[in-house]
Design a protein around this ligand. Structure first.
Ligand code: NAD
Length: 425
């Protein structure tokens, strides 16, 4: 019997989830005996929508909408970040959770995929309001999360501070400290050294591995970064540390360009003082959308999904796109980039460094035994390089894009686990 499409996502409400479904359809012909199980990837295991009422500082009560989605848990507990953004939708959180399933399997972590989000502009709330929001959200999703069930982490709009509040709230509710319930915590409360830069570092490692394949030296290469938050700023710094020239950077406030190179450390000081890259005196202002089409060797989208589309893909003059963001490229844009010979290192591989060090953090929390930063970075590099190499081979053998190759490796692992576990009852 054929399964019906998910009814609650109808009409115009599809968005990123539809992009994910198209990516799955593209990989299905390569899944061999597992192709018949592919419907398991096209349905989230469970979805929770919660109301989050909080007291604002002025004494009034505001309600926010929150989500937590478990896409798949065939390979282990759900794992994935929490996004605070005013445009968060169910479709987006579903897609982000599914990309976590693929990502965790692609690099071989013993996790399924999950994701959460709250429709809120965190810049409009005071620290006290944000704390109350985070604690109420954590309590509302409390029965779904836990160190062996579902382990949240930071994403857009959340960071170490929110993770400390989430860990504390969950711990207070169960009556003991459970540091392994979230990752991306401050080091002082069970976080891992190296987690802060892990996603950006992984983006660099994956991009450099791709560069080696096409004989592109990193030293002196031109780099463009869209989004200058956790992922984008770390990636920019690490490229800069390896003597690449970061020529353009954007964030939600604007975009800046300097052909001679931008020092990301200096730009970070400007952002800390002013709240954004706009107005940086050592570079010229350019229109924000133009950042994607600045000629470069490495383009790192590290903001939000749906940035590289059929409307701008043909104007991109990058040799390698290393996707720091989740879902920045639409399938139609993927086709254009493939035709133009641009190497796209997909999100589900390129940005897996964050969840990899989250995995290290979780393991360290279980053991109450912590590793040195050098050890973390070494292990991260090894996992990223091995995953890249295996996926590159599939890409060459099957003559498919790196994205499809990553999905072949990952979907096969997830569906193999599904097949081995069987269907209960
Ligand atoms: P963040 O909130 O720290 O930073 C987001 C950055 O994007 C900010 O600089 C913001 O100003 C900028 N931005 C927002 N809208 C923009 C726009 N329209 N144009 C240009 N810049 C814009 O978030 P983050 O954690 O760095 O996440 C960025 C991306 O990386 C997201 O897609 C996220 O899902 C993905 N990601 C994050 C992690 C992680 O560990 N934090 C891991 C894997 C993937």
């Amino acid at each position: 019997m054929k399964s019906e499409p998910l009814s609650f996502l109808s009409g115009t409400h599809v968005g990123p989830w539809e992009i994910y479904l198209e990516q799955v359809d593209r990989v299905t012909p390569y899944l061999g005996k597992y192709a018949v199980l592919v419907e398991h990837l096209k349905r989230p295991k469970r979805i929770l929508v919660v109301d989050i009422p909080i007291h604002l500082d002025d004494g009034s009560v505001a309600h926010f909408e929150g989500y937590r989605v478990h896409h798949n848990t065939a390979r282990g507990p759900a794992k994935g970040g929490v996004r605070y953004h005013q445009d968060v939708t169910m479709s987006e959180v579903m897609a982000l959770s599914a990309w976590m399933t693929i990502k965790n399997a692609a690099v071989g972590l013993p996790y399924g995929g999950g994701k959460g989000g709250v429709r809120v502009d965190p810049r409009k709330l005071s620290p006290g309001e944000l704390e109350r929001l985070t604690r109420r959200y954590t309590s509302e999703i409390g029965f779904l999360i836990g160190p062996d069930k579902d382990i949240p982490a930071p994403d857009v709009g959340t960071g170490e501070r929110e993770m400390a509040w989430m860990m504390d709230t969950y711990s207070m509710n169960i009556g003991r400290t459970a540091s392994g319930v979230v990752t991306g915590k401050p080091v002082a409360v069970g976080g891992s050294l190296g987690r802060r830069d892990a996603t950006g570092r992984g983006v660099f490692v994956a991009a450099a591995a791709a560069a080696e394949k096409i004989k592109l030296p990193v030293e002196g290469a031109r780099v463009v970064v869209q989004g200058f938050g956790n992922v984008g700023s770390a990636a920019a710094r690490i490229f800069h540390d390896h003597k690449a020239r970061v020529v353009a950077i954007s964030d939600v406030t604007g975009a800046v360009l300097n052909e001679a190179g931008i020092d990301p450390y200096d730009l970070l000081a400007h952002v800390a003082a002013t709240g954004g890259v706009r107005g940086y005196p050592k570079a010229a202002a350019i229109p924000a959308p133009d950042v994607l089409t600045v000629p470069c060797d490495f383009l790192v989208p590290a903001a939000l999904e749906g940035q590289i589309t059929k409307d701008n893909a043909w104007k991109i003059e990058a040799r390698i796109i290393a996707e720091g963001a989740n879902g920045p490229t639409t399938p139609a844009a993927d086709d254009i980039l493939l035709e133009r010979g641009t190497v796209v290192v997909p999100d589900v591989l390129a940005n897996a460094g964050g969840v990899t060090v989250s995995y290290f953090e979780w393991v360290q929390d279980f053991n109450s035994f912590f590793w040195s930063e050098a050890e973390i970075n070494q292990r991260l590099e090894r996992i990223m390089k091995n995953a890249f190499e295996a996926i590159w081979q599939v890409h060459q053998e099957k003559k498919v894009s790196l994205r499809t190759a990553t999905y072949i490796v990952a979907a096969t692992r997830v569906l193999e686990a599904r097949a081995l576990r069987g269907l209960y009852p």
